[in-house]
Design a protein around this ligand. Structure first.
Ligand code: PLP
Length: 419
């Protein structure tokens, strides 16, 4: 018999397993709203034009070789990534207080950051929001951290449980790590306001809590906000929808001179999902500490995967360092955001037209790719069985997976599920 004969069959991943189930369904009306990947109105994956052009430039450049990157990845990419999240004029960057390493997308950046903390930080407890992205507890636990939660979402208001959040962080062990979604919280689409962020910052700094930002949706979230006529102008005090603004909470924590970690992903905002491009930055108090931190990050990375892949990071660096390509990127992002917002409006209108009981305004209020519908596991199971609509059991739907053609089908299903 096999030496592995005693293994039990592991369950599918709760998020990726949705697609596995979807693929098995022969129905022509089936709809996959489980994945967090952008789709066109025709339901097709999208490669940005600016990404195609960057790839052409890379392919045509005969001087490019396939040598190993350094352990920390592509130097240009790391500099540009830090600038994107902390701002071009960030004092921390200018003072060389930021250690940035290229990692395997957002997940890999979180994992490397967590392994580093498990080895070198004095507090092994990390607080994550309730709810959060399903992979967070697993990444942090396997890295050797001990995971606790803080209240975040209030199902009654379908908004932020700010009081609960302040109470839980206020009661947290001093020095503990706190995972914060930089923007477009997944799965709820609910973010604190900048005023609330400021209160969170003051509380965390007063208790010596260490912020670990997960930034999987930078720029995407802001564009959505900006074109919904959101509060961005009031909040930030300037007239143009600067694409930098949705990294603002991160920058508030950097501006106070304190330390923090940030994991960035280019999966959603450049559509580079499968290229696995991301960065981990650790902002330190001094350049000397940052240099030591980087040296220790190398010791985490080297035995894990030695060094990161070159192609995706080269695409990102090509786009970010060319102002014309950067602008084209933001225009394409705006088109993606426009479509997501239009889907939010269409779904909200379709439910209104059906007289579906309940308040559905959260569909147009929530930020980012997902709507946290408030549908429960039973209702989700009903929609999958009767309408062949696939989504995670927490009722999260990806607005990017919808189209004008499929909105009525989804609205019928939601209507039937709640009546
Ligand atoms: N963090 C959050 C909140 C996410 O939603 C995701 C992806 O869905 C990730 C991190 C990691 O994504 P990736 O590893 O593909 O960059």
């Amino acid at each position: 018999g096999s030496v592995f004969a005693s293994l039990v069959q592991a369950p599918e991943d709760p998020i990726l397993g949705v697609t596995v189930a979807y693929n098995k369904d022969p129905s022509p009306n089936k709809l996959n709203l489980g994945v967090g990947a952008y789709r066109t109105e025709e339901g097709k994956p999208l490669v940005l034009d600016v990404v195609r052009r960057a790839e052409q430039l890379l392919v045509n450049d005969q001087s490019r070789v396939k040598e190993y990157l350094p352990i920390v990845g592509l130097a240009d990419f790391n500099k540009l990534s830090a600038k994107l999240i902390f701002g071009a004029d960030s004092p921390a960057i200018q003072a060389n207080r930021v250690a940035t390493v290229q990692c395997l997308s957002g997940t890999g950046s979180l994992r490397v950051g967590a392994e580093f903390l498990a080895r070198h930080y004095h507090q092994l407890t990390i607080y994550i929001p309730q709810p959060t992205w399903g992979n967070h507890p697993k990444v942090f636990t396997l890295a050797g951290l001990s995971v606790k939660t803080y209240r975040y979402y209030d199902p009654a208001t379908r908004g932020l449980n700010f009081q609960g959040l302040l109470e839980d962080l206020g009661a947290a062990t001093s020095g503990a790590i706190v995972l914060l979604h930089a923007c477009a919280h997944n799965p709820t689409g609910v973010d604190p306001t900048l005023e609330q962020w400021e209160q969170i910052r003051q509380l965390m700094r007063s208790k010596g809590l260490l912020p670990f930002f997960d930034s999987a949706y930078q720029v995407v979230a802001l564009v959505v906000w900006w074109i919904t006529g959101g509060q961005i102008e009031n909040m930030l005090g300037f007239a143009s929808g600067s694409l930098d603004a949705d990294a603002q909470p991160v920058r508030m924590f950097v501006a106070d001179g304190g330390e923090c970690l940030a994991a960035q992903s280019y999966a959603k905002n450049m559509g580079l999902y499968g290229e696995r491009v991301g960065a981990l930055s650790i902002v330190c108090k001094t350049a000397d500490v940052a240099s030591k931190v980087e040296s220790q990050l190398k010791l985490v990375i080297r035995p894990m995967y030695s060094n990161p892949p070159i192609h995706g990071a080269s695409i990102v660096a090509t786009i970010l360092k060319d102002s014309k390509m950067y602008d084209e990127w933001t225009v394409e992002l705006k088109a993606m955001a426009d479509r997501i917002i239009s889907m939010r409006k269409q779904l909200f209108d379709a439910l209104s037209a059906r007289g579906t009981p309940g308040d559905w305004s959260h569909i147009i209020k929530q930020i980012g790719m997902f709507t946290f519908t408030g549908l429960n596991g039973e209702q989700v199971a009903f929609m999958t069985k009767e309408y062949h609509i696939y989504m995670t059991s927490d009722g999260r739907i990806s607005m990017a997976g919808l189209s004008s053609k499929t909105v009525p089908h989804l609205a019928d299903a939601i209507h039937a599920a709640v009546t």
